[in-house]
Ligand binder design. Sequence first.
Ligand code: BG6
Ligand code: MG
Length: 217
Amino acid sequence: MTKKAFIFDLDGVIVDTAKYHYLAWKNLANSLGFDFTPSNNELLKGVSRVRSLDILLSIGKINLSQEEKDKLLAQKNEEYLTYVNQMTSDEILPGITALLSYLEGQQITFSLGSASKNAPLILKKVGLFNKFSAIVDGNDVSMAKPDPEVFLLAAKKLNKSPQDCIVVEDAAAGVQAAKNAKMICVGIGDSTILKDADFTLASTEEFTIDFAKKLID
Ligand code: BG6
Ligand code: MG
């Protein structure tokens, strides 16, 4: 039996929540008097909520006190949660359900490794919470990706060595975190942005069972 295990990022790998993050950040920027474009949103992929607000405020050239920032963080998350609360299993990205079922069938363990503090709720909404052997999310770590903390903690919870872990990530910061953890990394998205990944697939749909078999053999 393979010694390998998988660690999945959440947003952009398991579910397409980037569009909801974008809506909530855009509305926040608009309420502060500036626009926030889809290309600005790329800068926030894989980035923690607190750091995301700092990036957004620097785009709008706005300086705020910590108290004001805390209010905006709560406001953004409140709106984001209105979208999350409407999520169903229909929002699991293509190929993921089949992949997780295959891994389960092969008794290959897998963990979540996400920057999101909303990860448990999202997994419950889409019916995947009980599938993961371990969940490591934004509530468990003090250092954000590209720091390897989130993936190293996931490996520890799975009782695996880093070199036996395969990380699946859609963000450049996440690919860096995986490589900093000395893990194998599959990037989902643009291979120029995810150039440090060991493999890149244009979308989760390309993460076939055959591809998974090659990774674990
Ligand atoms: C990451 C997303 O997974 O989680 C980021 O890619 C997001 O866009 C981050 O900012 C934190 O998420 P949350 O749910 O804690 O605000
Ligand atoms: Mg992601």
